[in-house]
Each structure stands twice: as C-alpha cells, then as structure tokens.
Design a protein around this ligand. Structure first.
Ligand SMILES: [Zn+2]
Ligand SMILES: [Zn+2]
Length: 253
C-alpha cells in the first residue's frame, strides 16, 4: 500500500487528515489535534449553518447546553448572534420547566418515587453536545489510525511522531488491540514516552544549582508536551483560541 509521490491517496479522508497532522511534526498527540480541528469545524457549522435547524435545536435542548470547558470554547469562538439564538432557546426551556412545575419542592419522601417522578426527568444531568461529538471524533480517529498503519508511508510518519496521548492510547488499547497496526502503536508509544520521560528528567535536573548543562529546547518545552500526553490538553494556539493554526483549512491543505 506504499504510495508513490503524487499518487492519489487510497487512505480515505480521515486518514489523510491524520497523515497531514503527522506531517506537521507537532510534538503533540495526532488524535487530539485531529479531534480539535474537527470540533472547530463542528462548532462553526453549529453556530452558522445549523443554528435554526429544528433537529439541531431539539438536540441542543435535550443536551441542556454546553459543559464549562466548551462554554469557554464557544466564548473564544465569539459568535454573538449564533450564541444568542442557541442560549436563549436553552434558557427558555428551563423557564418552561419552571412553569410546568418541574422544580417544585418534593412531595414524597420515598427516594424510589422521586427517582421515577416524570416531572424531574429533565432537571438533572445535561450532556454537552460538544463533549459527545468530541468522543465520537476521538473514536473515529483512533480507529482510522490503527487501520491506516498498514500503509507504509502513514506508518513511517506515525513512528516519527510523539505517539498518542495516554487517554487516547488507552482508548485504542480498549478497542483496537486486534487491529493490524496495534504492535506499531505500542512500539511507537513506548519510544515516545521514554523519550519524553528522559527530557522531563533533564528539565528537572537543570533546576539543581550544581547543574551547568544548557538545556535543549525540546527539554525546556517537555513539561507542556507532557500535559498533552497525560491529559489530552492542547496549547491555546492549537484549538479554539485566537491564532489557531490547526483548525485552519489552509494550514492543513
Ligand atoms: Zn490525544
Ligand atoms: Zn463539553
């Protein structure tokens, strides 16, 4: 499946995008970067194109809104009109709930009756639609990556990368241990984690007053890379924040 230069890719859209991300050579998890860039496009379409779509509005009402983390992302996205329409809808939903008595004081002391009380059903536990989308995108990216590793070009790029963040490595381990690319994922992950641990050690040792060694830039930035690798965190310039490069189509093309 190795590709000749200029040959039309046989990988598919998601794998092609993952390959482009790997080629950019950022010292961050490629699944994190893929999911983040795709989420940017999702939020864009949610606020610009689908804001008045009946199905989308119903989906948003059912979700009850956005989690705190993604509220920050929406704030950074700064679409006042789209936000006003969507958030007004969510707020009115709660007002309707109040009107219908969904928030009245308990009338029964029986916890089982309280559990099955219809009036309470939409009072609790909203699930953020962006969180749900993010999960779907991460699963798609992990699945695609494990499959695409049979492609020699893709494999070589992945082997030169920083591997996966640990949450995405665990996700891949849960669902794709039987995939043809799994041994490649594990080998690349071990190599990347050992290298990162070595650089973190160098960084920590540099704070010793007896240390005279100049730190390499990859050791200086290692603690930020480690935040991505352990927590799927991405720096501001890789996502919803101002100056985003990953979400920019032109950067990826
Ligand atoms: Zn990741
Ligand atoms: Zn969320």
């Amino acid at each position: 499946m190795n590709e000749r230069p200029g040959a039309k890719s046989s990988l598919g859209r998601t794998a092609d995008e993952l390959k482009r991300i790997l080629q950019q050579g950022q010292p961050l998890c490629s699944v994190c970067l893929f999911a983040h860039a795709a989420l940017l496009r999702y939020v864009e379409s949610l606020f610009y194109e689908r804001v008045n779509d009946v199905g989308t509005r119903a989906e948003l009402r059912k979700s009850g809104g956005f989690c705190r983390f993604h509220a920050q992302a929406i704030s950074n996205h700064a679409d006042a009109l789209g936000s006003a329409i969507i958030l007004e809808d969510l707020i009115k939903q709660v007002v309707r709930g109040i009107e219908k008595g969904k928030f009245v004081a308990e009338t029964s002391s029986n916890p089982l009756l309280r559990l099955f009380d219809d009036r309470r059903n939409d009072v609790y536990t909203p699930v953020c639609v962006i969180c749900l989308k993010e999960k779907e995108l991460e699963e798609l990216a992990v699945h695609t990556l494990c499959q695409a590793l049979v492609n020699v070009d893709f494999k070589e790029r992945f082997e030169r990368s920083s591997g996966l963040c640990i949450p995405h490595f665990r996700l891949a381990a849960r669902h794709h241990r039987e995939s043809p690319g799994w041994t490649i994922v594990v080998a690349a992950e071990e190599k990347a984690l050992r290298d990162l641990a070595r650089r973190l050690d160098e960084l920590a040792k540099s704070y010793d007053y007896r240390s005279t060694k100049d730190l390499e830039p990859d050791a200086v930035r290692s603690w930020r890379e480690a935040l991505n690798i352990t927590s799927s965190w991405l720096p501001d310039d890789s996502g919803f924040g101002a100056g985003s490069s990953v979400g920019s189509k032109s950067e990826n093309d």
